[in-house]
Structure formats: C-alpha cells, structure tokens
Unconditional design. Sequence first.
Length: 426
Amino acid sequence: MANITIKFLDFLERNRPSTEVMKDIRVALADIAGAEIKVGQEEMGPPTGAAVTVRLVGQEFRVLEELSTRAKNLILDVPGLVNLRSDLEATRPEIVFDPDRQRAVQLGVNTAVIGNFLKTAIFGMKVGSYRQFNDEYDITVRLPEPQRSSLEDLMRLHVPNNFGAAVPLSSLGEFSYKGGFGNITRIDEKRVVTLTGDSEGRLPEMVLADVEQRLAGLELPAGYELRYAGEKEEQDKAVAFLSRAFLYALLAIVLILVAQFNTLTVPVIIMFTVTMSTIGVFIGLLVNHMPFIVIMTGIGVISLAGVVVNNGIVLLDYTRQLEARGLGLVEAAHEAGVTRLRPVLLTAVTTILGLVPMATGISFDFRHMKWALKSESSQWWENLAISVIFGLAFATMLTLVFVPTLYVSMGRFRLGSGRGGPRPEA
C-alpha cells in the first residue's frame, strides 16, 4: 500500500475548490488495472470511520453477495457519495487444483503430498542459508518465474508416490478458476458484508440521510438485516450525549432560578420559552434547506438556551421589582416590557449580526488582507449559525410578547385562587 499526500494552497490563492480537484484525480486514476485507489480528504479530529458504513448481516454468503450488489446499485448515484466499495471487492480470483482423490489413491499419491509439492514449486521452500559478512540470507528452492506463471508447465510436473515412482500432475486432477471471499467477517456469529463510502461536497449527515432513504426500499429475506455503523455510530453517541447535556443544563437553570426567585412561576415561563425557541431553529433549517446536523445544531440549541434564559430573567426580574414598588400586575408587565425592550432587542440584534458572517461564509483574511466570500469549511458552521439566528429571533418575539402575557395570566390565576400576597423585593 502506498499513500500520496497533496497539500493545497490557501483557498484564496487558487481558483478551484479541493472537491473539484479530487474529482478530477479520481477520474484520471480510475482506469489503473489491478489497483484499488481511494481519493479522499484527511479527517479532522479523531477517526470516526467512513461517512457511510452499511452492514448486511446474515448466514448465506451468496445471499449477502446478491444483497450487497443490489444495495450498491441503489445508492451508487447518491449526490456527494464517493469511494463506494464493498469488502467483497477486495477479494481476488484464485486458481485451485482439484485432485481426483480416487485416481490419486490408485496411483499411490497422498493429496497432502500434492499440496505440499505445489506449495514448494510456487512459493518455495527454505533449504538452508548462507552468510555474507554480517548478513545472513535464506536459500529457497522453487520453480523459475516463467514456469510458476504457466499452468501448462505446472501440469507437466511429476509428483512422487508411495512406491518411489513419479506421477504426472495432469494425471491427478486439474486446475480451475474460483472466486474467493478473502476475509470472512462475523458479528454475533453471523456473516457480514460491509459497504463503505465517503462524502464529498456535501455534509456526511446529508449523504447518510439520502442513503438511508434509498435503502429503506431494499427487501431483505427472513433472517437478514441491515445495520449502519461507522460515522452513524458516532452520530448516535453524539445525540445521546447532547440530549443529556441539554437536559442537565435545563435542570441546572431551573434549580438556580427557583433558588433566586423563590417561586416556580418564573422558571416555568422561562423554560417554556427555551423549549419553544427550538421551533425557530427548525424554521431556519427548513427555510435554508439544511439538515439537522447533530453536533452543530445541538451546540447551537444549547447556546441559544443561555441567551433566551438571560432575556427572560431581565424582563421578569424587572416586572417583579415594579410589582414590589406597588404597581399592578398588568401595569408592571407593560412597564417592564417597554423599559426592557431595548436591552432585549440589542442583545438579539448584536448576537445575530455577529453570526451573519458565519452563516453566509463571509470572512476577512488578515494574512492577505482580502475579503473571502466563501470557504471550504463554512458549511460546517452555517448550520450552527442559522440555528442560533432563527432560534434567537423567534425566542425574542416570545420573550417580548408571550412571556409578559403568560406571566399576567399565571398571576391572575394565582391571585384568583387566593395564593397571592406581597412579594419580597428582588
């Protein structure tokens, strides 16, 4: 195996993206016979496996071979999927000598002797060694290269029998071509055929989603199943981790708010706003035709929660202060909304403006003092920026309209039920 590494110039110093160059290289090297060539980009961070890893699990290898062919044809033209290959393709055709066992017994030749004889003739056998200065070399005996590569010459070989005579190999059997399976992989005592592919020009999550959609129509016989591995496994782990992190963050926020305000009303309103802000995230992804990327979108949602909580605290804390000064419930909510309108809007606007370059891919290269309208890594950050921008815009409207309304409604319910009373000044 050999590796060739190509280092590209900076994005601003070349007129073509690396994906186009790799596509041309892949086309130029596609016709090299006898070589398995993979053109790809180096992974950033720890290895996670191929972007697409599909495992077909079952018992019969021939059935798995047929299923892998059908699955490969289904996903062959998925946009952004490159280097699609099966571990069955790594196998090589084999030349096998099939002995006529009955004939061999009649001629007094053991089949084990035939195997060892052919092994020695083709691969050689060490018969000694010699030393030259401080180096030692093996002495190996085998047929010359031209005779080893000719089946006719091999068939003219004579194999010794049990009676001390030599029997022509042609009298003991024949050679045949067979396709071997190479390494046979098993998972949970079942045979496995694996399809792997990389993503290029599209995010791995988008490519994997298209592959899953295509393979959903693959009919599997009873006892056979389709599994996803590689980056899919890492994605599932990331989903579980970010889900726990989001829940722990919400729980910590609730506990802090309850301890600070000594009431459940404010935490409930703020947490409801945080939860509803995810609607804006999904609207942003839908409008911009972006997938829900687990890591980037998840980080965006968790970051968004911090800003939304801060805006809610600013508004409700001032409302409670006004109530403590003697204003009525509605008047306090109205006055707090008017007074805190500017800080809430400024927080949202400055955050959104700060994320616009990340969302659009516009940046400034201080090394060359040039504006860059797009970069090859911008697609990774677009999802996070769009999630925060649309989520924050939606949450700001909720904070200014929904939060005061819900606070007044819950306050009236509390006063009507007789649980009202003076509040300590915050």
